[in-house]
Design a protein around this ligand. Structure first.
Ligand code: MLT
Length: 395
């Protein structure tokens, strides 16, 4: 063929992090079929959906099978019943997010990747290490990225004061509770970013996918910070909160007042979604609505408490070994320093071969992640306990 392809794909790693891990684990399992592997790599949930949520899916599916209640294309931005339930969720946190600013989608990952469609060629500021989608999607579009280093000294919570050049009109990605480090911005830390965005005419894209894990006095949403409504969009997900990794539903909030070059950001996103996306299925949106009901929330919180018990098992083990780590309290992730100065992929191979435990090498989240390793608490209690026993012997 004589077509041109997007050359920017040469700037990203050939394989997506979790696909690379899956490939290596598959190869190991094929060579060692008798070994029992414990998977603590990708942050995928293992508990089944709450009963009430399953019932909501079934009821909605039944409605689709009856002439009078059948529905065709869903609204591109979500049914009002779900947008209102999301607005109510924000109200419970103590912030006012109108339902009209909520755009329902098939998950946070899609929105985080797709948002680049509506943005021009801005400087992109991204803390490092972080969820690889921000960097990859911007590299695919040929954008210039400034990485700001997270490290042990700043608790993996980089601040704008680390930026060493003048910035005007940048797009800043923040993720809190952070994937992969589990670190969470305090009100003060997040305020520093909001103030910085307002001062420099920048926009924050705030990924709050792990909000439901917050238990300490730290922000659940960026809109708890004064001024965020004038500079931030927020992207959230039902995946980790309600176990929807296989169901697919999330949302993006774009405050009506956000404007650049005399264009409303919400107008661009509406246009983008209407062109390239046909909405989330009715049964899934009914399920999401149920997850946000008092009954649904109680069941989701019980599941989160289960995962947190796993996280504390891991935390106790690492403390007993004097291994430095962050996370595990307001997050399902534990981010630890690789022992004996191993690189993160060396530690990955070591753990897989010696203990049949799969984790995620920190380097996969950016160069500042080198020398660190992520374990997820999303497994079963029994598997996590067994992993701790294996780690106790090995480390
Ligand atoms: C992770 O393991 O980082 C997440 O599961 C990835 C995702 O949410 O897409």
């Amino acid at each position: 063929m004589k077509i041109k392809v997007n050359k920017h794909f040469e700037d990203i790693k050939e394989t997506y992090l979790f696909s690379e891990i899956a490939k290596r684990v598959k190869a190991y399992q094929e060579e060692n079929p008798d070994k029992k592997i414990i998977r603590m790599g990708i942050g995928d949930v293992t508990l089944p959906l709450p009963e009430a949520v399953v019932k909501a899916i079934k009821d909605a599916a039944s409605e689709m099978g009856v002439k009078e209640t059948f529905r065709g294309y869903p609204p591109e931005y979500g049914y009002d019943f779900l947008k209102e339930a999301i607005a109510e969720h924000y109200k419970e946190i103590g912030v006012d997010v109108p339902a009209a600013s909520v755009y329902v989608s098939d998950g946070a990952k899609s929105d985080l990747g797709n948002i680049v469609d509506i943005l021009g060629d801005n400087e992109i500021i991204i803390p490092d290490p972080v969820y690889p989608v921000y960097v990859d999607s911007n590299l695919m579009s040929g954008h210039k990225i400034t990485l700001i280093e997270g490290n042990i000294d700043n608790g993996f919570l980089p601040l704008p004061e680390q930026i060493d050049h003048a910035v005007e009109g940048a797009v800043i990605y923040l993720c809190s509770p952070n994937n992969p480090t589990g670190a969470v911005y305090s009100y003060e830390g997040l305020k520093a970013w909001v103030d910085y965005a307002l001062k420099t005419g920048s926009m924050i894209i705030y990924d709050s996918a792990y909000e439901a894990f917050v238990e300490e006095e730290v922000p659940h949403t960026i809109y708890e910070i004064e001024g965020a409504g004038e500079c931030a969009i927020e992207i959230c997900s039902f995946s980790k909160f309600a176990g929807f990794t296989g169901v697919r539903c999330g949302w993006t909030v774009i405050p009506e007042g956000l404007e650049a070059e005399e264009v409303r950001i919400s107008k661009l996103w509406s246009r983008r979604q209407a062109t390239k996306f046909n909405g989330v299925s009715y049964p899934v949106q009914r399920a999401a609505q149920k997850a946000l009901s008092p009954e649904g929330k109680a069941a989701c919180r019980a599941n989160i408490a289960y995962y947190k018990k796993n996280a504390s098992l891991l935390a106790v083990l690492l403390k007993s070994k004097d291994i430095k780590f962050t996370g595990g309290v307001n997050s399902p992730y534990i981010w630890l320093q690789c022992p004996k100065g191993m690189s993160s992929w060396e530690f990955f191979d070591f753990l897989l071969k010696e203990a049949q435990i799969v984790g995620t090498p920190g380097e996969g989240f950016g160069k500042s992640g080198e020398g660190f390793f992520r374990l997820t608490a999303f497994g079963t209690y029994e598997a996590t306990k067994e992993a701790c026993e294996r780690l106790d012997k090995l480390l």
